[in-house]
Design a protein around this ligand. Structure first.
Ligand code: 9MR
Length: 375
């Protein structure tokens, strides 16, 4: 009799434990699941920043503890004409982040792309001198970083300055100033807000040439006594590239160079790139053809499964290196928001994020949350 009572009692206890665990997982949000591991962030578009996309707001507030501006802090948005700064959207973005107690990332101070032509030329349309361009950089960075001093937690100071083979991108910044433009950008940003975290951010970071060049750059900046807090590995991934092992090599290499590693701009495309390019070079574009858009009517379960496995493989890697990774940021809230629908072919239907077009969490959200909570 005693044995039967004891047996039933332990059964009840076990059932309670299982249901508690399930409920805990069910109610769990990404930010709760990855607490004490790394920050989990998302990029915001203007519809979200201004609160028009209320369904997305719910997801952002439930699941994420860090935000980055997808577009409103680029030079073209902040200073479309010389000396005419427009801070409306950026101010709203920072207010939103503060109001919701989120770790705020400014993106991006110096980037070859989305910088208006005036930045590089004089009144006659000729390239400006090295001194003039440095002064324009100084003014832009100082104005922007000072405005949000103590409020924006970290800045993507320089974006995409190195090519996949490790050589310098021959941008106007590089051609006019030389590689010094990187050092100067970090100096100006640090002077404007000494406490802000400062990052270098780039895509295709699993490529050996780029990996080695970024490590050299970090050593050089540190050798000069400059502050560089972290390296952002843009996670614009595909179903078959890059290899998880190559991505891991870069996490280890950057961490060994004594900087935090951040996975920034994470999304996984299910579509083929007609150029087979693996990066995120937005100057690449191809004319739309129907056969390039195979999932316009929906994503087959078989492909959704492969996508899920890719997310699981990468989150497994991020969890393995949680002591080196300070943040993982998704590049968009739902599939409908993603730039991937329009690059490198305009008007396709992609499925690269964790939430679908109906604002529903994909099953992988639960899977990666459980993976983290089990650790
Ligand atoms: O997602 C961004 C898209 O909405 C913009 O049109 C585009 C140009 O400003 O930039 C996209 O974001 C890029 C990011 O700023 C830097 N890394 C590559 C991203 C995808 O192109």
């Amino acid at each position: 009799m005693k044995k039967v009572v004891l047996f039933s009692f332990s059964c009840v206890l076990m059932m309670l434990a299982v249901s508690y665990t399930n409920d805990q997982f069910k109610s769990s949000s990404l930010k709760a699941a990855f607490k004490h591991k790394f920050l989990i962030g998302v990029s915001l578009n203007n519809g979200q920043i201004w609160g028009r996309d209320t369904a997305a707001l719910k997801i952002i507030k439930t699941h994420f503890n860090s935000v980055v501006a997808e577009n409103c802090m680029k030079i073209v948005s902040l200073q479309p004409r010389e000396g005419q700064f427009r801070f409306r959207d950026a101010d709203q973005f920072v207010n939103f982040g503060e109001k919701n107690k989120l770790f705020i990332i400014g993106h991006t101070l110096i980037w070859h792309s989305q910088t208006p032509d005036w930045f590089f030329v004089d009144a006659d349309g000729n390239d400006v001198s090295r001194e003039v361009l440095i002064e324009r950089m100084r003014r832009h960075i100082t104005t922007v970083v000072s405005r949000y001093k103590g409020r924006v937690n970290g800045w993507d100071v320089v974006n995409e300055a190195i090519l996949d083979d490790g050589s310098w991108r021959k941008s106007k910044f590089y051609n006019i100033i030389g590689e010094d433009f990187i050092r100067l950008a970090f100096e100006f940003a640090h002077a404007a807000d000494p406490k802000a975290e400062l990052y270098y951010n780039d895509f295709s970071m699993a490529q050996e040439g780029k990996r080695n060049a970024v490590v050299r750059m970090v050593h050089k900046l540190k050798g000069l006594g400059l502050k560089i807090t972290g390296v952002g590995m843009q996670g614009h991934l595909g179903l078959d590239y890059p290899k998880v092992a190559d991505f891991e090599k870069s996490i280890l290499a950057f961490s060994a160079a004594a900087v935090h590693v951040m996975i920034t701009e994470l999304d996984i495309t299910v579509l083929q790139n007609p150029g087979r390019s693996m990066g995120a070079d937005i100057s690449q574009n191809y004319t739309y053809k129907k056969e390039m858009n195979p999932y316009a009517a929906g994503l087959p379960d078989s492909v959704a499964k492969i996508l899920e496995q890719r997310y699981v493989a990468f989150f497994k890697l991020f969890l393995k290196h949680q002591n080196k990774i300070s943040r993982v940021t998704l590049w968009g809230v739902t599939d409908g928001d993603s730039w991937r629908n329009n690059w490198p072919v305009f008007g396709r239907k992609d499925y690269p994020l964790l939430f679908d077009r109906q604002y529903k969490a994909k099953p992988v959200v639960q899977i990666i949350s459980e993976m983290s909570l089990m650790e």
